[in-house]
Ligand binder design. Structure first.
Ligand SMILES: NC(=O)c1ccc[n+]([C@@H]2O[C@H](COP(=O)([O-])OP(=O)(O)OC[C@H]3O[C@@H](n4cnc5c(N)ncnc54)[C@H](OP(=O)(O)O)[C@@H]3O)[C@@H](O)[C@H]2O)c1
Length: 335
């Protein structure tokens, strides 16, 4: 069979529609470095792009996938040589530029990071933008003086990709982690990642007074919407609420009392940060912020399973991180 496997989003007159296909080297996107992709993380944003749920794809056809880890095949840039292990994420990967869901990709050298010592290719892709966003949030929480001694830290959307990594790393750092989830029956999984307590979303009454009893010293929120507003009302004095994602919605109502009466700080987490910041965060993720339970939260899937993986993500049925492992497709072909 000619060419190589890819999952591409094509123009459908709206926001695009994805499908599995084969592409050729002549179709590679611009850049100086050709990479054989070993693993690519599957993100909520990738599911939205593939399913045309929002205007994410900025060119057609587009190879989906926001993050990847692989090995350099050839390079026109002196910083990289064949055989180098690398990782790439963000910079418009999977929206403006072809991303990780193809066996081979070409990328600008400025976007590429050498794999940090301490991480395998699989671990780097399993972390991906999800892990990077957790690292950025931890840094912000620590900069604001919130150490483990300050009390309970809530992780919302705890069984998701971002949430699972946050539970793992925060508990490793000694924080008392309370995991909030909408998935019944995942208590054991969350305790295995390190959660001290597990709260079911059914138990949470979102409507209430402008200020509720104080509970969280910090919160990592990948859900957004009304739940973010509830987090602000239940935060303790000088708490830091890190807004990472919008899995349940973009908008939220609110009142200013948590800010002016309790000094609560709402901080935004964005992974499109300067290269020095990215490097600093990756070094921590490879060392003291490295999760302890990759085996527990990572599931390798073949590229061919992406359509089902997207459906599961959009229906909030996934636990942890799904990672495309291209060797599984080759095994299935008997190669
Ligand atoms: N700021 C950044 O730079 C950055 C980086 C990476 C990701 N993100 C964002 O963070 C969010 C989570 O990303 P992810 O990759 O971790 O996604 P994910 O694996 O799909 O996790 C999202 C989790 O949120 C919870 N959830 C609650 N209400 C939901 C709803 N209505 N629909 C779907 N999920 C719902 C679910 O966990 P429970 O059932 O356990 O509650 C779900 O598993 C996304 O909005 C993503 O775009 C932002």
């Amino acid at each position: 069979m000619s060419g190589f496997r890819a999952y591409r989003i094509r123009d459908d007159g709206r926001f695009g529609a994805g499908r599995l296909e084969r592409m050729s080297r002549a179709e590679l996107d611009h850049g100086e470095v050709v990479v054989r992709v070993a693993y690519a993380g599957v993100n909520y944003k990738d599911a939205l792009t593939a399913r045309g749920r929002a205007r994410m794809a900025r060119k057609f056809p587009l190879v989906g996938g926001t993050d990847l880890a692989g090995v350099v095949e050839s390079s026109e840039d002196r910083r990289f040589a064949p055989g180098d292990e690398i990782l790439i994420h963000s910079f418009g990967l999977g929206s403006h530029h072809d991303g990780g869901f193809a066996e081979i990709g070409r990328f600008p050298a400025d976007w590429i990071f050498a794999l940090p010592g301490g991480l395998s290719l699989l671990e780097a892709a399993a972390l991906g933008v999800a892990g990077h966003s957790v690292g950025v949030a931890i840094e912000l929480v620590q900069l604001n003086g919130i150490g483990p001694e300050r009390g309970e830290v809530l992780v919302n959307g705890a069984t998701g990709g971002v949430g699972s990594i946050a539970v793992d790393v925060l508990s490793k750092l000694g924080y008392h982690v309370t995991a909030l989830t909408g998935k019944p029956g995942m208590t054991e999984y969350l305790h295995a990642l390190g959660a001290a307590e597990v709260l079911s979303r059914d138990e949470v009454k979102l409507e209430g007074r402008p200020l509720e009893n104080e509970r969280w010293a910090a919160a990592f929120d990948s859900v957004g919407g009304a739940q973010l507003e509830w987090l602000l009302r239940t935060a303790r004095r000088d708490a830091v609420i890190a807004s990472i994602g919008n899995a349940s919605g973009n908008t939220f109502d609110g009142n200013v009392l948590p800010f002016i009466l309790r000094g609560v700080r709402l901080v935004g987490v964005n992974v499109n940060n300067p290269v020095e910041t990215k490097l600093r965060i990756w070094r921590r993720l490879a060392t003291d912020w490295k999760p302890r339970h990759f085996d527990c939260f990572v599931r390798r899937i073949p590229l061919a399973a992406l359509p089902q993986a997207f459906d599961a993500l959009l229906a909030a049925r996934v636990c942890g991180r799904q990672v495309v492992d291209f060797s599984l497709d080759r095994e299935a072909d008997g190669l």
